[in-house]
Design a protein around this ligand. Structure first.
Ligand code: AMP
Ligand code: MG
Length: 344
């Protein structure tokens, strides 16, 4: 990547779509809005794919999701489409569900990280689909953040991480969903959710009843989240402490910790459901809204905002109605940040 590259920020209008499409068609890379998070895209078969890994600092063995504009592109990506996949596409596409299927041999090994499978989805964001059409080929795109940082849900987040490292960001405003797609493995064996997202296991089971959920260390209730997982994920600079339990108990615990932090001149921040903010009216506390959709939408923005505001520690009050996608992300954030912990 050329040093001192200028990163252009353009609006997600017709001109922006055409500029991104032309850049991608010519083998370049560009950050584009999707309904989940911003993606850093390149044509699936083009020379831009290795540049994605370089710009993000992404480990080479972590495969990319391929994005298509319509089902007519699917044949370029996958080798076969099982019935369960068709039913799920009917139910959830376009939308935040990535399916792992046997790959078409035309998908380069750089995209699939050497696997014989590929992750594919059709984004709901009309700008994302328009850019794919303008590029004329399925786009390989991971999240447009520096590897290990919270995923970007606004163009400013992409700029903060990748300014000078990529040529173009198409600014489509804040992402609607805010967490990455649900990843469902249908490549053989038992259908398994590898990553929770906005589309829940419950919703998927209405279409494909027999699915499993892969449990990770961070999902396990019995052990505190440990930093020993393969990759750092979603980590702000601030320490992250996840608390979950009876509200009165949690509130007392947070106040004690908060007071101690202030004594030792640390700057804490509390993130909690809107209905709990009254408990902390005199403290630095921000609302995550109400329920899964709000919390997903605000999560990564709030993790990044805490860093910008110079907070040293984030107390995240988890509630069951925030859902498994939020739970998965915040436990990974806590596990990744040095010295973070989980308290109950
Ligand atoms: P990101 O693009 O940053 O949202 O990350 C894509 C996620 O999908 C990562 O967790 C990948 O490990 C996962 N993924 C992509 N392709 C595959 C595949 N063929 N098999 C298993 N996981 C995959
Ligand atoms: Mg990512």
């Amino acid at each position: 990547m050329a040093a001192g590259m200028t990163t252009r920020l353009v609006h997600a209008d017709q001109a922006g779509i055409e500029e991104a499409g032309a850049l991608l068609a010519g083998g370049g890379i560009a950050a584009i809005p999707t309904e989940t998070v911003y993606g850093l895209a390149a044509c699936m078969r083009g020379p831009g794919v290795p540049e994605i890994f370089a710009a993000k600092g992404r480990p080479q063995d972590n495969p990319l999701i391929v994005h298509i504009a319509d089902v007519s592109m699917l044949g370029q990506v996958v080798a076969a489409i099982p019935h369960a996949a068709m039913d799920l596409m009917d139910a959830f596409w376009p939308g935040p569900l990535s399916l792992i299927l046997k790959k078409n041999p035309g998908v380069p090994d750089t995209v699939s990280a050497g696997l014989d499978t590929v992750a594919v989805r059709m984004p709901a964001h009309p700008v994302a689909r328009a850019i794919i059409r303008a590029a004329g080929e399925p786009l390989a795109a991971p999240s447009a953040n520096t590897s290990g940082r919270p995923s970007p849900t606004r163009a400013e987040h992409v700029l903060a991480d990748l300014n000078g490292r990529i040529p173009l960001i198409v600014d489509g405003g804040p992402c609607d969903v805010g967490v990455e797609s649900t990843v469902l493995d249908l490549s053989g064996g038992y259908p398994t959710i590898l990553r929770p997202g906005d589309i829940t296991a419950q919703q998927i089971r209405k279409v494909v009843p027999e699915i499993r959920i892969r449990r990770t260390a961070a999902d396990d209730d019995a052990v505190p989240a440990s930093p020993g997982m393969k990759y750092r994920h979603y980590a702000p600079s601030a320490q992250v402490v996840v608390l979950d339990g009876k509200p009165a108990h949690v509130a007392r615990e947070v106040r004690q910790r908060y007071d101690y932090d202030r004594e030792v001149r640390r700057h804490p921040r509390i993130l909690c459901a809107d209905r709990r903010t009254d408990l902390f009216a005199d403290l630095d506390c921000r609302s995550l809204g109400q329920g899964a959709a709000d919390t997903e939408q605000r999560l990564f923005d709030e993790l990044r905002r805490a860093d910008i505001d110079g907070r040293d520690v984030i107390y995240f009050l988890y509630e069951d109605d925030m859902g498994t996608a939020v739970r998965n992300r915040i436990l990974k954030a806590a596990a990744a940040a040095e010295g973070s912990e989980r308290a109950e």
